[in-house]
Design a protein. Sequence first.
Length: 547
Amino acid sequence: MATPSLRSMLARWMLRRLRTARDVARLAYRLHGRKTALIDRRGRFTYACLQDRVLRLHAWMQAQGVRKGDIVFTWLPETGEQYETRLATYENGAIFASFHKHLPTLAVLDMLERLRPAVFIHDPQLSRTILPVVRERWPAMRVLALGMAYESALAAHMPQRGREPVHEDDVFALHMTSGTTGLPKSIGYTHRKYLDSVRLISQAIDFSRPSGTQDVNMLGMPLTGPGSGLVLPTLLSGSALLMPESFHAETLARLIARHRVTRAFLSPSAIIDLLDDPDLARHDLSSLRHVPYGSEMMPAAKVAEAVRRFGPIFQQGYGCLEALPPITWLLPHEHVDAAGEPVALDILASAGRVVDGVEVVIRDDDFQPLPTGQTGLITARTPVAFEGYWKDPERTAETLREGWVVMGDVGYFDRHGYLHVLGRTADRVQRAGQWINPREVEEVAHCHPAVKETCLVQHGLQAVLVFSPRHGQRDALASPEARAALEREVLQHLAATLPQAQQPDRVHLVADIPRSFLNKMLRREVRALLDRNAAPTWATAPDRAAA
């Protein structure tokens, strides 16, 4: 029996030889046929069963005239059928594209107009209002509905492997930006880029397991979003992919316990929800041994709490669709000191150190490099940088400059080489003629024991900190007096900790911070929430009450 370290070496050697996502999938089917490949609302599927379904779906696509380079578009909830469609496009060299279920129907129609896919696989519950428009506007588009029609299509065709040659420089997927700040943008990625991303990931994550055991990898983020980054590592390692239909804390905890999940890819908000769940102890989460987290920066105080509760199993990753992760890592052992306690908050607040093979430079507004310690635009040069937005050269030129990806975030390097990401340039708050990076204020607010989540936004001429309470403090929502008392307490905490220039003008308690489908805070919605609330109920900094 091979030792885990030898198995890891063999896996990395094998990864270097693979050229396309189809190579990865076919190898997984051959090596892991009897193992569980997929767990979803329908039950468990082995790799052999998954292969059969994927090749039947591929045969249906071939019968519809789908050829290499055609776009196959899905608008589905988080279901195994979405995973099957992704794998079927690997077979014939088609390009997979998908939308999350929360996107407005008009945006879906806009994307269909721009992409003109050959096939549209949809959930009738999502698409019923636009399906007549789709059929009228694009009569040649093949449409397949989730449910009986989908299963009948598979049953009517024998499994068929793709015969079209697929090259590593072929585009295999169109990744969509989330659409939370406007119409989604599309980014085409080649097989080479995606496999290079997996190779970078494999430098820090050992996906191999001793013979006779199997990892269960849970998607705590949508497959239509960052969760897609777990697909190839899962296939390569012969792990099972668990796809929850919802990302609520209780659902995630129940599934981890039931299926003995070993690796969970979670958003910071999902981890915060788990920490705040009063019934978490009812679930046995002892199987968890690795929790990569990402999609946005996690508050250091909550990282420290998670490490104390679950141990050093967390790994921070930084990247984006335009520059695929990993750009930086904060590795599990970097979360703790020699005694096993969480390290200092300034380290936990960072995104970690730059990975081998990637460069990161902090730049000023003139694109000139800045020295260590100075805050500026974060730019990255990486082998997995995008080559442009799909048919959008103008936006491409704004984001890809001289071979460097402008990440859209501001940040700085500390003297130990840790990258500190302070947030989006567009999210900065201005007061009294000075710019405030919201994260610098939010990190301090998270150190207050009553704060669950918090968000600093611009509201008129004021900097307003909105926060939600921990479960044990939710009684403060019951009366105006209790609410005002907790708001004053948080405001005093900030005044005692922050320099005056960074102190918010007001704080406001809400039941919950609005989130996107990726479980990320929606600052736009927070501002709208403030518009709907009466200002006199907010706690105001005494020295700036008239500001």
